[in-house]
Design a binder for this molecule. Structure first.
Ligand SMILES: Nc1nc2c(ncn2[C@@H]2O[C@H](COP(=O)(O)OP(=O)(O)O)[C@@H](O)[C@H]2O)c(=O)[nH]1
Ligand SMILES: [Mg+2]
Length: 223
């Protein structure tokens, strides 16, 4: 048991070094890097598709996709004319900083204003792996149940923004939106909580405003 803990600690320490290199790289290019984390199927790729359509022509974007198998998500992004690279983890439950660096070096990803990294779908492992991102976003769909913030507190406390997705389904599912917002707020008092539907477009403006504001702040700060 002690050995397992030690190995995990070493893996995380090595990841930190690579994450720091990525952070410097993103600072150099003025790229806002956003790490999207959620359960499978909560709507990350669909949210990205709506986001890329909304930012088109004003903010240059690229996407790194992380999945256990298939190029499906990268293909969905490329279909919009946006550069995308698919990392296949072959079973691993999270992306690490070295994989992201390799994707940037070899994946044909140009320097852009905003780089989205769609992590492997789960609310646990990706939480502890820094990818040099500016901030993490947790996506929680209304069909997943309103208890998830208290069951997976680490990601909800670490993510600077929480997007409650599939809001168009709220009339059809038992999901106490006010209670979820209060639970997230108690885990992360300074975070932003957005309610959105990629299908209806609700909340997409607020989400893209947040991205534009964070990008402008990063450019002003020069880091
Ligand atoms: N009703 C509704 N369905 C959505 C919405 N966003 C995504 N979906 C559906 O949810 C499923 C999973 O979406 P996807 O974006 O692939 O999730 P990911 O695994 O988190 O990337 C798909 O069937 C989508 O059509 C939404 O805003 N409203
Ligand atoms: Mg996806």
């Amino acid at each position: 048991m002690k050995q397992v803990v030690t190995v995990k600690r070493h893996a995380l320490a090595a990841n930190e070094e690579h994450a720091e290199l990525l952070r410097r790289r993103f600072a150099g290019s003025g790229t806002l890097a956003v790490n999207l984390i959620s359960s499978p199927g909560s709507g990350k790729t669909t949210l990205l598709e709506a986001t890329l359509r909304a930012l088109r022509g004003t903010v240059s974007c690229a996407v790194i996709e992380g999945d256990v198998a298939t190029e499906n998500d990268a293909d969905r992004i490329r279909a919009l004319g946006v550069p995308a690279h698919q990392i296949l983890t072959g079973g691993s439950c999270h992306l690490d900083a070295r994989q992201v660096a390799r994707a940037l070096d070899e994946g044909g990803i140009p320097e852009v204003d905003v780089l989205f990294i769609e992590n492997v779908g789960n609310l646990i492992c990706p939480t502890t792996y820094d990818l040099g991102e500016d901030f993490k976003v947790v996506v929680l769909s209304v069909t997943e149940g309103d208890d998830k913030p208290v069951k997976y507190p680490a990601i909800f406390s670490r993510a600077e923004a929480a997007v409650i997705s599939k809001a168009d389904l709220l009339p059809h599912v038992p999901f106490d939106l006010a209670a979820v917002q209060a639970r997230i707020r108690s885990l992360n008092p300074t975070g932003t909580i957005l309610v959105a539907s990629a299908l209806s477009g609700e909340g997409i403006g607020g989400w893209t405003d947040l991205l534009r504001t964070r990008l402008a702040a990063k450019r002003r700060a020069g880091v």
